[in-house]
Design a protein around this ligand. Structure first.
Ligand code: GDP
Ligand code: MG
Length: 374
């Protein structure tokens, strides 16, 4: 059973859409979404009147958590949690939960651990102050620790995580995973959150039965097998790129993308209904990140998704402006209507027939840095 949640987000369409997709990626079943113009009021984040309303909603819906699509200070989190008697997850905690769910290698798990410690570190001063004022007895396990003790504890855990990171051998682990896939071709879906990766994943795999999970224990539930003529293909939905990702989470995010190095084809899903500037920004960020972790350009297909929302001319023009026309592989698709799916499968087949398997070059290693001055 999935945990249930109430989501509080902004009343802007694209922001709310991303928040919904993040909740989905974290595995929450949403009972209700509340949209607000402001989420940064001092005491609760929300205005006090809204908190009263929320209290009634929480009483009737009884969600496991409340997801707050903004960064909360410890005092705001505490005020909300104690008034609503429900666990509060702010935006950064939510993102860290997604990374944690998706981390596969021990190196990736350690990178996520590191980001979690930095999250704690940046909140440690205020937490200790609250604990000392008696306003936060035992909150988050701090108890009556002194500032230094608490700080040192986090620092020690960072140091030990760092030394484990230096020793971890991601390469061996990834090779082992790659060997398990021998005989299968692999495809991964990448792209920004809410571009339509999961919808496309379901459309591409929909008619196929789920594989016995035992067969691929090292693969997550977001991997399924499809058959395309003479190829057996494992297709995976990956962690999405996230807008406004805090800098301290970037290495953790990249480490969750590590499997892309060994993938035969990466389908970069792009929301073609985004305004062009937004589209360009996201496109560039995807391309440069994939390049940085070592994904070969020749293995990338760009799927301009949500073609049902945009005219053919507009998509063609956008593709042209992105520089896709000349040499890159791209097509317009709609994961919801099925438009362009057959041509996509043909293109996949064509690439698989003609390209050699990915070479085993030295995989990308995210940086390991600690900066205590958060
Ligand atoms: N109109 C339209 N909506 C789509 C299409 N593909 C996905 N969506 C919607 O976009 C939202 C995000 O999709 P999702 O697959 O969860 O995105 P992900 O975060 O990339 O996995 C959902 O509301 C989908 O229903 C499409 O081709 N056309
Ligand atoms: Mg998704």
């Amino acid at each position: 059973m999935r945990d249930s949640a109430i989501l509080i987000t902004y009343d802007k369409e694209d922001v709310a859409k991303e928040a919904l997709a993040l909740c989905d990626a974290a595995g929450y079943e949403l009972k209700k979404t509340i949209r607000q113009k402001f989420l940064n009021k001092s005491k609760y984040g929300l205005g006090e009147g809204k908190v009263e309303e929320l209290k009634e909603l929480v009483d009737s819906l009884r969600p496991d958590v409340i997801i707050y699509d903004e960064i909360l200070r410890p005092s705001q989190n505490y005020n909300l949690a104690s008034t609503l008697k429900t666990k509060i997850l702010d935006r950064e905690m939510l993102i860290l939960e997604i990374f944690q769910r998706r981390a596969r290698s021990s190196e990736s798990m350690l990178q996520v651990k590191m980001a979690q410690l930095r999250y704690e570190m940046s909140r440690s001063k205020e937490r200790v102050r609250l604990a000392k004022m008696g306003e936060q007895p035992g909150f988050m396990g701090i108890g009556k620790f002194e500032v230094d003790v608490y700080h040192n504890d986090i620092k020690n855990r960072m140091n030990s995580t760092k030394s484990k990171l230096l020793k971890s051998s991601k390469q061996r682990e990834l090779h082992r995973q790659a060997r398990k896939r021998v005989g299968f071709k692999t495809i991964s879906l990448a792209g920004y959150t809410s571009a339509g990766k999961t919808t496309l994943f379901n459309t591409l795999t929909g008619e196929q039965k789920e594989e016995s999970p035992k067969l691929f224990t090292t693969l997550s539930t977001t991997t399924r097998k499809i058959i395309l003529k003479d190829f057996e293909i494992l297709i995976s939905d990956t962690v999405g790129f996230i807008s406004k990702l805090p800098a301290y989470m970037i290495e953790a995010f990249k480490s969750t993308l590590e499997e892309l190095i060994y993938t035969d084809i990466v389908i970069v899903v792009i929301d073609a209904s985004d305004p062009f500037l937004e589209l360009k920004k996201k496109f560039r960020s995807c391309v440069s990140t994939l390049d940085e972790i070592g994904v070969n350009q020749d293995r990338i297909i760009f799927a301009l998704n949500k073609a049902d929302l945009v005219s053919e001319e507009e998509i063609t023009e956008k593709a042209e402006l992105l520089g896709l026309k000349e040499n890159k592989k791209w097509l317009a698709v709609s994961a919801t209507t099925g438009q362009g799916i057959l041509p996509l499968k043909d293109l996949i087949h064509h690439i698989l027939e003609n390209q050699p398997a990915p070479t085993e070059k030295e995989p990308f290693r995210p940086k390991i840095e600690i900066n205590y001055e958060d």
